[in-house]
Design a binder for this molecule. Structure first.
Ligand code: 28F
Length: 633
């Protein structure tokens, strides 16, 4: 007597009911229903295509923005199975799109790549989309299924013959859940570029059907990523140290080199998700580097001048840029934004491989070893000197000075929750911002934005010391390891600069300063960019302020002829009332919250703008000048 399967039927029905729960509390599944949650839907579908690439079947992945504001992702993998699922009795396609957490539970052999919130899967995208269309090419046929808000509206059926295989998913996020949001093309480009580095050998294409723009991202892997991040900063040795190793279920890919700067950059990923808060894989990497560099230096008798002292982890990591990507099943995430890897085994896994392989690298590349250790020794000596200077002078360092910078026009409230700091470029704009502001809650700090040529891309040198001191002491939350956002005097720190090349420069500079000296402020969403209007358009008595060229085109069509258009070159052209109304009034302004991605992109731009390779800088500005004025960093 065949075993009765109805318990699976009940199980499937129970789980199918789960999708209504998704619509009732969407934030539980995608974090929020704002811009991040909206884009998370795309990241989920994209991660399923990436899974198929990681499994070794997909080689091309295309993301398309359609004219109706829907988005599609296509891969040329095996195609989602169309035959009835052995346990659930419905097709693999309907399992993936209607069973909650299907991907995780019915795990494919490859790593289940988890979208930022750990792979909630395609079924959540279906539940939160006005409509979803799935087209599968498999077994020589083209199959199609359509869904709406989690429900099947067109069951899976054959619609034609196919050559090749693959999966195509197109969906429109539900305005009932997300309101009317637009796709952030820079954010999508950033993710596709990042994926092209993390999943080498796969070609990622981005198409905007409205404008016809099309970009392709493809790379040779983490070494290309490293060279991209440090574009403009020549490395101390080349080629970089690179290792890719698999041990059981764990896989490590690591590329690192050193540049002639003094900051440490370790960019880390787990299953293609960036771990901005680091974790056990980063701990393992750091431990191995410190151990191996000290062992090599001792063995070659290079530490005499440190009088028996060893090199600290900080000394060894000065000037380091490393990109580490570990893949493991069921990673445990911790931390404020769930982007810190907690899996303990990952530490010993990484430490073991890096110790073995980096030791061999130093032995086989004595010049590189020499450069790394000399740099670490200089760092150790300058740190000792700085410590002595601090102890000697016992003067309040500019971080502890309790006097606020003279140029700060502070706000009246002392409650950080309602206080805002506007960092304004130039004294004239600073002046009108002081007149325009709500002095109860809004503080103004004018700074000069000129970037001076410096021999090394160090933000503190680029922004004159006084500027940096003013910003750091005005915010009051400390820097580097002492940075504690709960001590910040303002809940919003708003960069307000002109919409021209200089404004973009100062914006890049400030974002780099925050990213390198006050990273937790960026990670916890304290930093914003003010969006001053680009145009003031008048027709008779009517006045409109516009923030993009698209809005101008639209208004030109709506208002037809005899209109006057003023293009704002700088904040200083607006009188205080206009500046208040268009850019500072919390009721009417638009602020862009700076994300970690923005900061990393700014850091990259900074290393080009300030990098040693001058022609690269000229080339960059020529290429990007027309964008830089609207650079939305
Ligand atoms: C545009 C988004 O979703 N690609 C996908 C596959 C391939 C398989 C698969 C997906 C049924 C329920 C296990 C094919 N052949 N791109 C995508 N490609 N899902 S999603 O299987 C899902 C099974 O869960 C696949 C053999 N094994 C797996």
């Amino acid at each position: 007597m065949a075993e009765v399967r109805n318990e699976y039927g009940a199980e499937a029905i129970r789980v199918l009911k789960g999708l209504e729960g998704v619509r009732r509390r969407p934030a539980m599944y995608i974090g929020d229903t704002g811009r991040r949650g909206f884009h998370h839907l795309l990241l989920e579908i994209l991660d399923n295509a990436v899974d198929e690439a990681l499994a070794g079947y997909a080689k091309n992945i295309t993301v398309t923005l359609h004219a109706d504001d829907s988005v599609s992702v296509e891969d040329d993998g095996r195609g989602i199975p169309t035959d009835p699922h052995p346990e659930l009795g419905i097709s693999g396609v309907e399992v993936v799109f209607t069973v909650l957490h299907a991907g995780g539970k019915f795990d494919r052999k490859a790593y289940q790549v988890s979208g930022g919130l750990h792979g909630v899967g395609a079924s959540v995208v279906n539940a939160l989309s006005e409509w979803t269309e799935v087209i599968v090419k498999r077994d020589g046929k083209v199959w199609r299924a359509r869904f709406s808000r989690g429900e099947v509206v067109e069951p899976l059926h054959v619609i034609g013959e196919a050559n090749g295989t693959g999966t195509f998913v197109r969906f429109k996020p539900d305005p009932e859940i997300f309101g009317h949001q637009t796709w952030d093309k820079e954010f999508i480009r950033h993710r596709l570029r990042e994926l092209s580095y993390l999943v080498s050998g796969v070609r990622f294409r981005f198409v905007d059907e409205k404008t016809g723009e099309e970009e392709v991202y493809e790379s040779g892997g983490l070494v290309d990523f490293l060279l991209y991040v440090d574009e403009g900063n020549p490395p101390l040795f080349s080629p970089p140290f690179y290792v890719k190793k698999r041990e059981g279920d764990y896989e490590l890919e690591l590329a690192l080199h050193y540049t002639d700067t003094d900051d440490e950059k370790i960019i880390s990923f787990v299953n293609t998700i960036q771990t901005t808060e680091g974790g056990t894989h980063v701990t393992g990497l750091r431990a191995a580097l410190t151990k191996v560099v000290n062992e090599y230096a001792q063995a070659h008798n290079m530490l005499r001048e440190l009088k028996g002292k060893t090199l600290s982890g900080e000394d060894v990591r000065e000037g380091l840029t490393a990109i580490i990507h570990v893949k493991l099943p069921e990673p445990q995430f911790e931390g404020q934004t769930k982007t810190k890897l907690g899996t303990a085994a990952a530490r010993t896994f990484v430490e073991g491989i890096v110790a073995r392989e980096f030791r061999r690298f130093l032995e086989e590349n004595p010049k590189a070893a020499q450069a790394i250790i000399q740099k670490a020794i200089v760092a150790a000596k300058s740190r000792a000197a700085a410590r002595k200077a601090r102890e000697l002078v016992k003067r309040k360092s500019f971080l502890e000075s309790d006097t606020l910078p003279g140029k700060l026009s502070d706000c009246i409230t002392k409650n950080p929750e309602e206080a805002e700091l506007f960092i304004v470029e130039g004294d004239s704009a600073g002046g009108s911002a002081k007149q325009a502001r709500d002095r109860r809650t809004q503080a103004i700090l004018p700074i000069r934005g000129k970037i001076r040529n410096v021999e090394k891309a160090e933000v503190v040198k680029v922004l004159s010391n006084a500027e940096v001191r003013a910003i750091i002491s005005a915010i009051g939350c400390g820097i580097k390891d002492e940075c504690d956002p709960s001590k910040a005097r303002y809940k919003k720190i708003i960069i307000m600069s002109d919409a021209d090349v200089d404004g973009a420069h100062i914006r890049t500079l400030l974002l780099t300063l925050f990213w390198r000296f006050m990273k937790p402020l960026v990670e916890q969403g304290y930093i914003y960019i003010a969006m001053p209007p680009l145009y003031r358009v008048q027709k008779g008595k009517q006045v409109r302020y516009l923030y993009s060229d698209e809005e101008l085109e639209e208004l030109k069509r709506e208002w037809g002829n005899n209109i006057t258009i003023q293009r704002y070159k700088g904040l200083g052209e607006m009188n205080p009332e206009q500046l208040w109304e268009t850019t500072m009034n919390p009721e009417t302004r638009t602020l862009k919250k700076v994300t970690v991605e923005d900061a990393i992109e700014a850091d990259h731009l900074f290393s080009i703008l300030m990098g040693k390779i001058v022609e690269r800088r000229r080339e960059f500005i020529e290429q990007n000048a027309q964008f830089v004025k609207n650079l939305d960093v």
